[in-house]
Design a protein around this ligand. Structure first.
Ligand code: NZQ
Ligand code: ZN
Length: 390
């Protein structure tokens, strides 16, 4: 196992009723917050009223930034940072899914930054310039990204069709409230997209050519089995607490950094390819991953790396057999069937995407070098995978 440092400072308050602790938690940091949320879901679910009451009860002044888009835009970041600077805000509180949390993180940085975070951090990756940020906290309402426990933030600039990510320890939320009952209202489509995103985060760390990382692999198989078991239950009965709770905790564990601690390598090619799709077509992240993943698996599978797929086949799907390649292919078929059973489309054509922008997307996807470790993907490989997914 490789050496690693492990430090996940986010305090997690998990379970029904935990949002009642919001006021006392915020009170430890500040008496002035910026509440960041999306379009309407937190108002419909009653979470908005509860947040307001909690903050009022603790005499915490609340400023608001509403209307954060799925695939959050840099314009919202500038708007939120302006409010923070003008009002001496002490904490940015996100209430929503990954988009809202990612936006809150970018606001927290821009509020303490003289230059332009988009250009310096997201485009030019000068992460050394990120020296300070306001504390961020979250109340999660959708199980998917892991943003509630990680230091990542993914922001889009639609004008230039760019969707870019940064990751920094200072962006990990200081606390996150994970009450599964607030995910009861997530519709079938976003529930399914969330399950795929959770699984994809695991795949990106599970699939690597090295044979070590035994413990990490077993932990990740546990998350995959949980998603496979509870995803369909949450779709059938959106108010099944156990299903929503298991998915919520899976979301956090899949991408809080713990799964890849000590691993030799990870992949992340599918995410890079999907981010180009979202940047050009503004599609839902998990759906894009669900379409691309089985084609990526088909494309990278080889005699040399089949052992990874065999572990996945046996330990997640219970598939047995003598030929490694045949067992591996069966696991890929199972993955495709599972995603389809959740209602995820099988092809890009089904979501109205044709080959027109493949060239530009492939070019951008590999601009920092080849993608992935299962097979290093050059531009031509990425083009091939997009074409297979048509
Ligand atoms: O805007 P509202 O009204 O809140 O509606 C949202 C939105 O339409 C809705 N929703 C959220 N919670 C709900 C709900 N509807 C009903 N009831 C609830 N309880 O769901 C829709 C999608 O929300 P969004 O936040 O966009 O979804 P998700 O959590 O999947 O986040 C996706 C974004 O995160 C990025 C993605 O690229 C995308 O931009 N990612 C962030 C990562 C990270 N920070 O680590 C990693 C991921 O790989 C990913 O790239
Ligand atoms: Zn993802």
């Amino acid at each position: 196992m490789k050496n690693f440092n492990y430090n996940i400072p986010t305090k997690v308050l998990f379970g029904k009723g935990k949002a009642e602790k919001l006021g006392s938690e915020v009170n430890k940091y500040t008496s002035k917050v910026l509440l960041v949320y999306g379009m309407s879901s937190i108002k419909k679910s009653g979470l908005y009223d509860l947040i307001k009451k909690q903050l009022t009860d603790f005499n915490i002044k609340c400023f608001e930034l509403a209307g954060v888009d799925p695939n959050p835009r840099i314009e919202s970041v500038y708007e939120g940072a302006k409010i923070c600077k003008e009002n001496n805000i002490g904490l940015v509180l996100a209430a929503g899914g990954g988009s809202v949390i990612d936006c809150a993180k970018a606001i927290a940085v821009q509020a303490k930054y003289e230059g332009d975070v988009w250009q310096d951090l997201y485009v030019d990756s000068k992460l050394g310039e990120l020296r300070d940020a306001l504390p961020v906290a979250s109340i999660l309402t959708l199980a998917a990204t892991g943003s509630e426990m990680n230091g990542n933030s993914v922001i889009s600039k639609m004008e230039t069709n760019e969707k870019l990510a940064i990751g920094h320890g200072k962006l990990r939320p200081v606390f996150s409230i994970l009450d599964p009952t607030y995910t009861f209202t997530v519709n079938k489509f976003h529930t399914a997209a969330g399950v795929v995103d959770i699984m994809s985060h695991v795949f990106e760390q599970y699939f690597s050519p090295d044979k070590r990382g035994y413990l990490q692999s077993r932990l990740m198989e546990g998350i995959l089995k949980t998603a496979v078991h509870f995803g369909p239950i949450a779709l059938k009965d959106p108010k099944d607490y156990e299903a929503r709770a298991n998915l919520m905790w899976s979301s956090s564990l899949a991408l809080n950094g713990m799964m890849s601690c000590g691993k030799e390598s990870t992949d992340w090619a599918t995410h890079a390819m999907e981010h180009e799709l979202s940047a050009q077509y503004d599609i839902t992240h998990g759906m894009g991953l669900g379409i691309l993943t089985p084609y990526w698996m088909d494309y990278v599978l080889s005699e040399e790396n089949a052992h990874r797929f065999v572990d996945y086949a046996k330990n997640v799907w219970g598939i047995e057999g003598d030929s490694e390649m045949s067992v591996a292919r069966k696991a890929i078929d199972k993955t495709r069937e599972f995603f389809t059973s959740l209602g995820i489309p099988k092809t890009l054509t089904e979501v109205g995407i044709d080959h027109e922008k493949f060239e530009i997307m492939a070019e951008k996807a590999v601009k920092n070098g080849p993608l992935g470790t299962m097979k290093a993907l050059e531009k031509e490989d990425v083009l091939e995978i997009y074409t297979m997914a048509l």
